[in-house]
Design a protein around this ligand. Structure first.
Ligand SMILES: C[S@@+](CC[C@H](N)C(=O)[O-])C[C@H]1O[C@@H](n2cnc3c(N)ncnc32)[C@H](O)[C@@H]1O
Length: 267
């Protein structure tokens, strides 16, 4: 891919995703106070890594994960680059420390200052390939020598990864009407953004059902993610499916829309 194409891709993804995540209405999409099954099971397994330790939660949104992690941690910081998210999270959990910040630049945090960095709900997929490498390098820098990162990423091998919008049928007429309106919105966004979809050797960039096809998300398969982590100085410890099952080495997990990765720093 030429330089102009790379620039177009990066600018396109940044502009598109910032428009969604930096909008005042974004908080409406994140009312949940529950953990996903994969999050709960992965966190349960790796509890000694964060309980009583220093934790950084990237792209924390409205604080859903802070509800569980902050009380268990010795020191907890939730970071998000959306002022509306940080405001909502701080209002929801006034005793918890939330900071406005961009995960692409963690320079306000000292090297080796965290035991555990968390980045769930595919937050790393909101930035370009080059920026993702930058985020992971920053994560490695701020982690202590035996520190652990746990993050989720859209699964490029997911059988419906490349699928466009679909109308969900319902017997309830009100729900059906809502579904029709929603799929209309999804098709408009899909029509607008699919020209930015890209298939590269290591990853794909796709507009998907998240935020009704109004974002461009990074998709990577397990093998490429393992190589990426290894090149950045991490050792992969575990990969979980959305159901919290630990994945075998050759398993592509085609039924799992995203995967949860756990890796430790190679010192
Ligand atoms: C899919 S939401 C997940 C929110 C939260 N982690 C959760 O699981 O409920 C992605 C979050 O990442 C944040 N985000 C996106 N790009 C970011 C960046 N470059 N730096 C910090 N936060 C970012 C968005 O503002 C949004 O709150």
């Amino acid at each position: 891919m030429g330089n102009a194409a790379v620039t177009r891709q990066v600018v396109g993804q940044g502009v598109v995703n910032d428009r969604v995540y930096q909008s005042p209405s974004v908080v409406r999409h994140y009312p949940s106070d529950k953990l996903e099954l994969a999050e709960a099971l992965a966190l349960l397994k790796y509890q000694p890594v964060f309980a009583g330790r220093d934790v950084l939660d990237l792209g924390v949104g409205t604080g859903r994960t802070a509800i569980y992690l902050a009380p268990m941690a010795h020191r907890y910081i939730g970071v998000d680059y959306s002022p509306y998210m940080v405001q909502k999270a701080s209002h929801r959990l006034p005793k918890v420390r939330f900071e406005l910040g961009d995960m692409r630049d963690l320079s306000v945090h000292e090297a080796g200052s965290f035991d555990f960095v968390f980045g769930t709900n595919n937050v790393l997929d909101a930035v370009s390939h080059e920026e993702r490498l930058q985020v992971l390098s920053e994560v490695r820098r701020v982690l202590k020598p035996d520190g652990v990162v746990m993050f989720s990423a859209h699964n490029r091998s997911y059988k419906h990864a490349y699928r466009g919008p679909r109308l969900k049928l319902s017997r309830n007429p009100v729900t059906m009407l809502r579904n029709v309106v929603r799929v209309g919105r999804q098709w408009l966004n899909y029509g607008r953004l699919r020209r930015f979809n890209r298939d590269e050797a290591q990853y794909a960039l796709l507009t998907d059902v998240g935020h009704d096809y109004a974002c461009l998300h990074y998709y990577i398969d397990r093998e490429a993610q393992a190589l990426q982590l290894s090149a950045l100085g991490f050792r992969l410890l575990d990969v979980f499916t959305v159901w919290g099952a630990s994945l075998g080495v050759d398993d592509l997990a085609e039924s799992s829309p995203w995967l949860m990765y756990v890796a430790t720093v190679i010192s």
